[in-house]
Design a protein around this ligand. Structure first.
Ligand code: NCD
Length: 330
């Protein structure tokens, strides 16, 4: 006789902060930064801190022993995919890596819902990167297990925004009161779409610096306006750099351009050099979600303000915190 296996998720209501905080995100999807409030961030960052301490003390431990993550990537990735793998393995769990979808059944024309429903039969949580905006939300409708959005086209990259914010918190000691300047491809960069939305939970000023064709989408500017966060747009960095506390640099997203000519017209539009950094505050930090393709000169890497490789490490702890939380073990 067939046994019915009940769904593990979508029947776990969101449990309020307090006594049951250990179960805060249990069974939940992580789809957009819009789902978080400040208490949530405090909780995630608290768990990330514990993870950092555990990794430094003992390296790998057994919190998620027996749990399996499916890492499903339809777009290239180094950091996001490797950091979710490292996070799962540091917690004692294991990973099904599907990075080259051209070698999987996706290349035979399998639909995303079918791939998701297959993988959730094997895994306890699915991390998904896909070129279409809304793909993670669509996958979550079909899935019984938690879906973590690792980038849906030019839409959102919520786990990156969480690690970006954790980096700011750790490096600057606070977020309220800061001026954050985002630079580069603000039209296509999903990391800045998520980060600017998440920053509306704080008392910050946001500056956008980009060429005209790569400006922050009007929809996002509108959302941030609705939250009464001061924001300004510029085409050159020099005027705004001296008053910035965080400079968040992004890559021009070559793969999102309609024509090579359009890309060529803005490629290399901003390059952060030692000389430019002389105009920045001594305690400003430079962040970048990476990969960089020339926007920050390598000669800057020795500058203590260059936080981008530290940002990568903070990402490991935040992703450990997220995995432990959605699997109910935080
Ligand atoms: C970013 C992405 O994929 O959106 N990379 C990342 O996840 N660290 C940024 C980028 O590709 O430029």
């Amino acid at each position: 006789m067939a046994t019915h296996i009940p769904p593990i998720r979508k029947q776990n209501p969101y449990l309020p902060f307090g006594d049951q905080k250990g179960t805060r995100f249990y069974g939940q999807d992580i789809l957009s930064v819009k789902q978080f409030n400040r208490d949530d961030l405090e909780y995630i960052f608290g768990v990330a801190h514990e993870m950092a301490g555990m990794v430094r003390r003992i390296g790998t431990f057994d919190l998620l022993k027996g749990k399996i993550l499916a890492n499903l990537f339809y777009e290239p990735s180094t950091r996001t995919s490797a950091s979710f793998t490292a996070a799962m393995e540091r917690l004692g769990g294991s990973v099904i890596p599907i990075n080259e979808v051209r070698y999987s059944s996706v290349s035979k024309g399998e639909s995303l819902p079918d791939t998701i429903r297959t993988l959730e039969a094997y895994a306890d949580v699915i991390v998904l990167r896909h070129p279409e905006v809304g793909s993670a939300a669509m996958a979550a409708k079909y899935a019984r297990k938690p879906i973590i959005n690792a980038g849906d086209g030019i839409g959102e990259h919520p786990t990156q925004a969480l690690l970006d914010l954790f980096t700011i918190q750790e490096e600057m000691g606070h977020i309220d009161g800061l001026t954050i300047t985002m630079l580069g491809d603000l039209r296509n960069g999903r990391t800045v779409h998520s980060l600017s939305r998440l920053l509306t939970l704080f008392d910050v000023c946001i500056n956008y610096v980009s060429p005209d064709i790569l400006r922050m989408p009007a929809e996002i500017i509108g959302e941030i306006n609705d939250k009464n966060i001061p924001q300004k747009e510029f085409s050159d960095l020099e005027t705004i750099l001296p008053e910035s506390d965080v400079l968040y640099v992004t890559r021009v997203q070559k793969e999102r351009f309609a024509t090579p000519e359009e890309y060529e017209s803005v490629k290399g539009c901003y390059v952060i050099t030692r000389e430019i950094m002389q105009k920045a505050k001594e305690e400003m930090i430079v962040m970048h979600p990476l990969p960089r393709v020339g926007e920050i000169e390598m000669e800057l890497d020795d500058d203590p303000r260059a936080a981008y490789f530290r940002q990568v490490e903070y990402g490991l702890y935040v992703r450990m915190a997220l995995l432990a939380s959605v699997l109910g073990k935080a």
